[in-house]
Design a protein around this ligand. Sequence first.
Ligand code: GLU
Length: 473
Amino acid sequence: MNNKIRVRFAPSPTGHLHIGGLRTVIFNWLLARRNNGKFLLRIEDTDLERSKPEFVDSIVASLKWMGITPDEDIVIQSARVPEHRRIAKELVAQGKAYYCFCTQEQVIERHKKKFGEADIYIKYDGACRERKTTEADLLDPHVIRFALPTNLSSISWKDLVRDDISSETDQLDDFIIIRSDGMSMYNFAVVLDDNYMGITHIIRGEEHVSNTPKQILLYNALDYVLPLFGHVSMILGPSGNKLSKRDGATSVLEYKQMGYMPDALFNYLVRLGWAHGDQEKFSRIELIDLFSIEAVSKKAAIFDQTKLDWLNGVYIRQEAAQDIWKRMVEDIVHPIFKEITWDDTKIYAAIDLYKERVKTLKELAAELLILYGPTVIYVEQDMAQWLTPNTVEPLEAIVEALQNVSEFKSAEINATIKELAKTLNLKLVNLAQPIRLALVGKSSSPGVFELLELVGKEESIKRLKNLIMYLKQ
Ligand code: GLU
């Protein structure tokens, strides 16, 4: 296959990277990896007012967290503005662009006069097209406009995602390429920079479909090799509306904070719009092997938090406890990290016990904190369901029996408690649930014998005695 594929992600640093943008990154990255190509990053910061350095940092940090690094130095668009101006002047010299001195008010006024108030789509009338501009004129405020070719009626391209797209040129006007403050406009800058970076495939969001005709015209005017375009559909919220914060449309770094595994999020996002049979779980290697941009659906995808949670759980379960802990410490902020004094072996054992039961690392951290104690917060509802004043007696019997277990291991504890249940003529659950409530304050937890071993003899007995005291009150 083509080994010269070069793709890019070109965010404007006016906000954090959101999951829609991340999916675009992933599609680009997979396309590059699949074809031994290059994935590049360009920061489109020509909107000086809205662009913020902290968003550049946050975008780069989001990609890093996903394990995606650009294959070449990051291109900063604003640094290339002098070059954009130089090329714009070249186009002027070639008669493919021109200086325009009309103010916006004049353009609007003339349009209304000609087409009436009701026509709201303001097009520039080409008033300055034939104007002879002198050096002295250029001291006055002006823009540079692209001179739309007159011999074209429509522009079409074969979109990698959306197939044939055609757009009539009568909807276009001589659009501005350099603003009066000297900054390049988006469509112009993007074409110059994509060409400069040798981009062969432009994979981006469908909101850019309407920009593509202008960009194709610029490619032609500049005699640049036309890249291929692929416009991927939006991710919608469960209600079918644009994904909003309410639906979980938060920034990538927030997903990190919430305890999602980068590989799970990666896997989940690829499946939003791309499928390989019914398979849900894919390693990156598998995806590099199987992914194709042509197979991405042009239908909008619906974000499904429950499925992401499920997949995240699957990824947590397959990970070694040691790696889970490392990721927790790196990715999330949680009081557990300040509190815990257990040694690593004990932490890993606790993670192994709980990792089957959680959907996020944050949930896992919360469980570990409950387990660590020392304060046990009793869940009212569970207490009411399993405990009565009569539970004091079996609890006291449990304390006594556990005191006599010399090797405080789950197997020994298991044998002891089962024996006790027989002696007391109680079902095992009637001992297990009070033990759970004593240890972690709730009736759902991993295996109670493993839990006792982990909490340890002394601490377990202390917590059991605390519950007895609480019941006697
Ligand atoms: N800077 C544009 C944006 O953030 C993307 C430009 C492009 O991908 O062509 O929407």
